[in-house]
Design a protein around this ligand. Structure first.
Ligand code: ADP
Ligand code: CIR
Length: 354
């Protein structure tokens, strides 16, 4: 049974959300009927509906608004997760995510050979370590144990993946801020993650691994257990994708990751499920961006999402936008990256024609 204090918070939260003009998918899909059906449920880890929705309730400007406190939440609270997942990824509740397929890793082009539009390109994916829950349910000891596993495993990487692990605990504030400003490191836990209880024991167990060139990076225990990232200046998506795929294949031989037969690779936020791939460019399209709503509309036609220069929930600096594939679930890794690649080529054509 869910205790009275939680039920009270849930009721107050539901009332607040329902009365708000929040544009989140949580508000759109959390009807009174769904709420009543789920408010007394619990996962075997003890997670309630409140653990799932409190970020979306505290942050009414959420775009999505829900997180899975543990993997079981995707099943126990399916009545709210499934319609939101469908709305975001176009993935029906009886659909099955395809098997992992990176496709021909040599087939992606430089999306901007002239270098006129694309400042940099990045492809990332997320992974959860088998046997560990998501952020809200992890203990301090587990954070330390996971960080040890990640840093010792990554120290075995070679060639262009060879690098060093830098724990957040040992980092000066200046170095941390520089890495954030240069787009290599995650921000200090933002209010969306804070409200989702994802920042407990921060900065314990959190850190970043990278090679000297900072073209290959791994985040440890931010939103997901691991974020594996390949990035560099310019638009050479082919090289960046090849590096990412080689790295993921190598790391997967060393660390077992959680995989779900219907939802693919499991992540804390449902927007990242499946391939977990977000392929993005930092791009300048001043003519298209004159009217931001228009930019979003055109990008949306190609299933692309527009973010600010410093990532989600940030503004554009100097006319640079982060544009990436929106869908990650229900298509293959190759298709997710192709969606970004094809869409960006079209956006550049449109910009050039204006
Ligand atoms: P995530 O990629 O994990 O969804 P964010 O949207 O917060 O998270 O972005 C994380 C960081 O990656 C931010 O600093 C953002 O500016 C940077 N970033 C994203 N795409 C690119 C890119 N194409 N080039 C350079 N930095 C990028
Ligand atoms: C929101 O709903 O806007 C935030 N909770 C972020 C949702 C998706 N982004 C993410 O997982 N990086």
């Amino acid at each position: 049974m869910v205790d009275a204090a939680v039920l009270e918070k849930l009721e107050a939260g539901f009332t607040k959300l329902a009365a708000s003009d929040s544009k989140s998918l949580l508000k759109k899909h959390l009807s009174r009927e769904v709420f009543d059906k789920l408010k007394n449920k619990k996962t075997s880890f003890g997670s309630t509906l409140l653990d799932c929705i409190q970020s979306g309730i505290e942050n009414l400007d959420s775009g999505f608004g829900i997180y899975a406190p543990d993997a079981e939440a995707y099943t126990v609270f399916a009545d709210i997760f499934d319609p939101m997942i469908r709305d975001y990824h176009g993935f029906a509740k009886d659909a099955k995510h395809p098997p992992r397929d990176f496709g021909d890793i040599n087939s992606f082009p430089n999306v901007d050979p002239t270098g006129e539009y694309v400042v940099s390109t990045r492809v990332r994916c997320g992974r959860s370590m088998d046997g560990y829950s998501f952020n809200p349910r992890l203990t301090e000891a587990q954070y330390k144990e996971m960080e040890d596993k990640v840093s010792s495993t990554l120290s075995g990487l070679e060639g262009e993946l060879k690098g060093k692990y830098y724990p957040l605990t040992g980092m000066t504030k200046e170095d941390q801020q520089q890495l954030i400003d240069d787009h290599f490191l995650f921000k200090e836990c933002d209010r969306f993650l804070q409200a989702a209880n994802a920042c407990r024991f921060w900065p314990t167990g959190r850190g970043i691994y990278h090679n000297d060139e900072k073209t290959f990076l791994v985040w440890c225990n931010e939103e997901d257990h691991l974020r594996i990232i390949s990035m560099q200046k310019g638009g050479d998506l082919g090289e960046i994708y090849r590096r990412l795929v080689n790295a993921v294949n190598d790391i997967e031989k060393r660390i077992p990751f959680s995989h779900h037969k219907r939802l693919g690779f499991l992540t804390f936020c449902p927007t990242n499920l499946g391939t977990t791939i977000r392929a993005s460019v930092h791009i300048k399209v001043p003519k298209l961006a004159k009217d931001y709503a228009k930019l979003e509309e055109v990008a949306g036609k190609y299933n692309l999402q527009v973010r600010g220069t410093s990532g989600e929930h940030t503004e554009s600096i100097g006319g640079i936008y982060d544009i990436s594939n929106k869908r990650r679930l229900g298509l293959t890794e190759y298709q997710a990256v192709k969606e970004m690649s094809d869409g960006i080529l079209e956006l550049i054509k449109i910009e050039a024609s204006l």
